[in-house]
Design a protein around this ligand. Structure first.
Ligand SMILES: Nc1ncnc2c1ncn2[C@@H]1O[C@H](COP(=O)(O)OP(=O)(O)OP(=O)(O)O)[C@@H](O)[C@H]1O
Length: 356
């Protein structure tokens, strides 16, 4: 699945976008769980990783390389920091797009300390030559530095200290098998359950010194699209509202009122998501309709509809992509309080397609 909405500017501006914005980056450091016990949810990954790390510690060895895959904002960076903390090792953080030349990677690898954790975000976006150098570095803790050009070029082997590579990717399927195979452990990060996100919201509220009722936390969690980063962001907006419009205490009513101001609905859809669904239902009778036509109808670029709005609508079972075009599911009609044309369900409080 394509979760990689990092390149679309429309994605970055959204309150429910999963990519970190400047404000997120500033506060996220304070909200990150510091060890595996504090890390909420992802039970399988946590349990498996715990075993990998304990075993490495017991052997006095550097932990195996770890690959973490999953959508943005699910906690891959946080887990890499936890890995370093649990191994009592320093961590270096960089990303695939920042390593464009094999020489950049050689310089980085040769400056690592023994046992250091190297977190490589967006590992699927590394250049080919750097990727090939990484194979040998991961397996043999050695790189060949090429000196000179053409027939006179020579490869000088450079020994590296043992290190743990933690690679993160939103697109595990894009990694070449030789790279994937060199990781000793792969953890697939799933979207979080609402009850887990409630715990995330409670924890963050306590760190941010925000008073919150259980109902208020549940309301925020239910609109957070399975993503802790979004939960934390919505909490901050709700906190603003509670401080400006009330006494600072977050109740269900306050959370609902605040998120209505920001146009994030009960299921976590925002203005763009609803515009796409509304056009599909009201203008095209639920489809099928082609992506380009749908994009024109909502006044957005085709890529914005496809990469920013659709993945969540599909995941929520509100929209389906078919060979004949996009179609709305019965859940979409229900969510927007509309009834499909020809349906005999009108009269139960829902409006039919043409507002009758
Ligand atoms: N399991 C969790 N428990 C509590 N908080 C979490 C958890 N996972 C993530 N968070 C919080 O969500 C925020 C985003 O997490 P993080 O930066 O680790 O995500 P990411 O998957 O690395 O995102 P990206 O792919 O964009 O780099 C952080 O502030 C972190 O505190």
């Amino acid at each position: 699945m394509n979760w990689d909405d990092t390149t679309d500017p429309a994605a970055a501006e959204r309150l429910v976008g999963s990519v970190a914005d400047g404000e997120d980056q500033a506060v996220e450091a304070a909200l990150r769980p510091k060890d595996l016990d504090e890390f909420i949810g992802q039970e399988k990954v946590r349990e498996q990783l715990d075993l990998v790390l304990r075993a490495a510690r017991a052997r006095g060895a550097t932990a195996d390389h770890v690959l973490l895959s999953g959508a943005p904002g699910l906690g891959k960076t946080t887990l890499s920091m936890i890995i370093a903390a649990e191994m009592e090792a320093p961590i270096r953080i960089t990303s695939g797009p920042a390593i464009q030349h094999a020489g950049d990677l050689a310089a980085l690898l040769s400056s690592l300390q023994e046992g250091e954790v190297l977190f490589l975000d967006e590992i699927h976006r590394m250049s080919r030559p750097a990727e090939e150098m990484l194979y040998m570095a991961m397996e043999d803790f050695r790189v060949d530095v090429i000196v000179g050009k053409g027939p006179g070029a020579t490869a000088i082997p450079l020994e590296l200290p043992p290190f743990t590579l933690v690679g993160a990717t939103t697109r595990a399927g894009l990694l070449p098998p030789p790279l994937r195979d060199r990781f000793g452990f792969t953890g697939h990060m799933e979207f979080y359950e609402p009850t887990e996100l409630e715990r995330v919201v409670h924890r963050s509220a306590s760190l941010l010194d925000v008073g919150i009722e259980a109902d208020g936390a549940a309301e925020i969690a239910g609109r957070s699209r399975g993503t802790p980063r979004i939960a934390n962001r919505l909490l901050r907006r709700v906190r603003d509202y509670a401080q400006v419009k009330a006494d600072g205490w977050v109740t269900r009513e306050i959370a609902e009122a605040a998120l209505a101001v920001y146009e994030v609905d009960a299921r976590g859809l925002d203005r763009l998501d609803r515009a796409v669904l509304k056009a599909l239902l009201k203008l095209f009778g639920g489809g099928p309709v082609g992506l380009s036509t749908l994009a024109v109808a909502v006044g957005e670029e085709r890529e914005t509809v496809e990469e920013v709005a659709e993945p969540f609508l599909v995941r929520e079972g509100l929209l389906a992509r078919t060979p004949r075009g996009r179609i709305a599911t019965p859940a979409a009609w229900e969510h927007l309080g509309l009834v499909p044309p020809g349906s005999r369900a009108a009269g139960n409080g829902q409006r039919d397609l043409f507002g009758a």
